[in-house]
Design a protein around this ligand. Structure first.
Ligand code: MIC
Ligand code: SF4
Length: 646
């Protein structure tokens, strides 16, 4: 039987397990990336593991998220990351060099290799045929130390793209269409592969927009074949030698098939507050716009920016609109300057900000009360922009640029001819903002600022686990609900005790206090609990508050792994009715928990008693032997220590 693209890469990197859907497998990781808001934690954990030099082919630490230095905290964390990476063999991409995913695909990604990143949008590099997966910082730390990365073998989805995009339809509209079809939970446990005659006309930046936003499907990753288009991109980046051809076998078998006719696509938009709330731009025509933000790891390539500049040229940004543009990398910024496109943006009145995540994660540029903000980002979760009353709409750079001029949502077809941009035959290459690790690591002193506080570590699982229901949430709770990130909170990513006081507050202001008063307890979640970011803080903050378990209708992949890594039980209701029956402050107990968890490996249910209402209910805990060991030991660090002690 033939293999898919990702099955081939997995086969070549397989360390343990059988490539059967749902089985736990482990793979060798070639490259890792971290960014600063998850990176401090990842490097503290790497230090705790105690491996002197990274064992990967390449590891890069980026500074791109926490760039608003309104206090000492972020700058301290940058210094910590710079020194700790220098000591342990990791390259350091300085602030100003760009957003991790944009820089990585430009300068470091290699088709056919594996990449593990402490950021959920790591799959961006699937745009050049890399098996690129987002994970929690601890998993990335283990991979840097040469350890395997564990996943359950995903199902394979093939999305066949037919024909060519029509005028004003873009790669963003392709992935929005996929989101419309599959929804934000449709990709859980799956890898999405792209195929079809439509690929030939899609550039690498367009492919990267699609794989980037595959994260919003909940997919393990997304991938394109490595073909002639990939080759030309890598040659233009001066890296032609890393290219290899990669394609699925003719007789590869897929678990799910979707077909999209590119020629039929029209500009689309995701409405607040979920990336799958997709409608056509036409439907929202005339809606007054207050802000347009162009950038983020989804749409900040040179290709995107040049199109935006062409649209803006000769126009003035509408007086009621604030247009913010953040180029994705130093390379993009520099080439915009050299080609004169930057001047066109400035002339039109755009507010150009540094290369980084910026508004996407609420680091500045929060819009006004009740604002309508059109953004090219991948996420429009409630409150993420920093303004709770704002409505964030996700669109292509073209739609954002046109609206910035007209002041209202506008079908770009009514605006004029679409901009046409060619991919350059050579990019401006200068890696002077990437600092190589020290050649004398012993001499490097790791600098730790006062903002770095010890992170919580769980204890061995008790025989009886009990506690009250501390909160009951709806479906699709995101990591932005669980551990909000914005300009005020992001500087405290190395200070979990401080962050814990904001845990789940977008859902319920009283949660942290209630958790403390009751000495911890349980979180009750709906479907797809924990979707979104890879941030471990969404597990660490509950741990800090004494949360022992989360019982939900279903979980997002990375968050579930982060819970297990921290020894918090992720239980899934067997019967939806039991979710409905639970109320706030019901007293729950898992009797004989250690034996029950061990039996869960064999597929037995974990029984929970509702002591308040006097009944038992069944939950599923689908874990491997290894995950069982972690839960019993109280998390991955304890488990690794225990194993080391023999
Ligand atoms: C995001 O887009 O939500 C982030 C911020 O990049 C996160 C990482 C983080 O929380 O630090 C992600 O996508 O994993
Ligand atoms: Fe940064 Fe936004 Fe991309 Fe996350 S989604 S890496 S915050 S640009």
């Amino acid at each position: 039987m033939g293999l898919t693209i990702s099955q081939k890469i997995i086969r070549d990197h397989l360390l343990s397990g059988e490539m059967k859907v749902g089985e736990e497998i482990s793979i060798r990781i070639d490259q890792t990336l971290t960014q600063d808001s998850t990176g401090t934690m990842a490097y503290l954990q790497f230090e705790a593991i105690g491996v002197p030099q990274v064992k990967t082919k390449l590891s890069v630490a980026y500074i791109d998220h926490n760039m608003l230095q309104s206090g000492f905290e972020n700058a301290d964390d940058h210094k910590y990351i710079q020194t700790v990476t220098s000591k342990h063999g990791i390259r350091f991409s300085r602030p100003g060099n760009g957003v991790c995913h944009q820089v990585h695909i430009e300068r470091f990604g290699v088709p056919g290799q594996t990449l593990l990143g402490s950021d959920s949008h790591t799959p961006t590099c699937g745009g050049i045929g890399m098996l690129a997966i987002g994970a929690g910082g601890l998993d990335v730390a283990v991979a840097m130390g040469g350890g395997p990365y564990y996943i359950s073998m995903p199902k394979m989805v093939r999305i066949t793209l037919k024909n060519k995009l029509g005028p004003w339809a873009t790669a963003k509209d392709i992935i929005l269409e996929v989101l419309r079809i599959m929804t934000v939970k449709g990709g859980v446990g799956k890898i999405v592969e792209y195929a079809g005659d439509g690929l030939a006309s899609l550039t690498v930046p367009e492919r990267a927009t699609i794989t980037n936003m595959g994260a919003e499907l909940g997919a393990t990753t997304s991938i394109f074949p490595s073909d002639e288009v990939t080759k030309q991109f890598l040659i233009a980046q001066g890296r032609g030698e890393v290219w290899t051809e990669l394609k699925a076998d003719e007789d590869a078998v897929y678990d799910e098939e979707i077909e999209i006719d590119l020629a039929a696509l029209r500009p689309l938009v995701a409405k607040p507050h979920m990336p799958d709330q997709v409608v056509s731009v036409k439907e929202l025509e005339g809606l007054k716009v207050d802000q347009c933000c162009i950038g983020s790891c989804t749409n900040s390539s040179l290709y995107d920016m040049l199109k935006v500049a062409k649209i803006l040229k000769g126009h003035t940004v509408h007086p009621d609109v604030s247009l913010v543009i953040a180029p994705g990398s130093k390379q993009v910024f520099n080439m915009l300057a050299e080609t004169g496109a930057l001047a066109d943006m400035i002339e039109a009145g755009a507010r150009i900000i540094e290369c980084g995540c910026g508004p996407c994660i609420g680091m500045g540029q929060s819009p006004k009360t009740n604002a309508v903000s059109l953004r090219t980002n991948n996420r429009n979760f409630y409150g993420r922009s920093g303004t709770k009353s704002a409505s964030i709409y996700l669109v292509s750079p073209e739609v954002a640029a046109v609206a910035a001029v007209t002041g209202v949502v506008t079908d770009p077809a009514d605006f004029g001819e679409p901009p046409v941009v060619d991919m350059p035959s050579s990019f401006k290459v200068n890696d002077n903002m990437v600092v190589m690790p020290s050649t004398d690591p012993d001499s490097v002193e790791v600098v730790r600022g006062p903002n770095i506080k010890p992170f919580p570590i769980n204890k061995e699982l008790a025989d009886d686990v009990d506690g009250k229901v501390l909160i009951k949430t709806e479906d699709n709770i995101t990591t932005d609900h669980i551990m909000p990130s914005n300009a005020k909170l992001l500087p405290f990513r190395s200070n979990v005790p401080y962050l814990a006081d904001f845990c789940l507050t977008p859902c319920d202001e009283g949660f942290p206090a209630r958790a403390k008063e009751n000495g911890g307890g349980f979180i009750i979640g709906g479907a797809n609990y924990g979707q979104g970011s890879s941030r471990e803080h969404a597990a660490l903050a509950p741990l800090q508050l004494g949360v022992k378990g989360v019982i939900a209708l279903s979980f997002a992949r990375i968050h579930m792994a982060n819970l297990i890594n921290n020894g918090i039980l992720p239980l899934v209701f067997k019967d939806t009715e039991d979710y409905k029956k639970l109320d706030m402050l019901d007293e729950l107990e898992i009797k004989d928990a250690r034996n029950q968890i061990e039996a869960a490996v064999e597929g037995k249910p974990v029984m929970v008693t509702n002591k308040t209402k006097g009944y038992d209910f069944a939950t599923d805990l689908s874990i491997s032997d290894r995950q069982c060991g972690m839960l019993l030991a109280g998390g991955l660090l304890n488990f690794t220590r225990k194993q080391a002690e023999g």
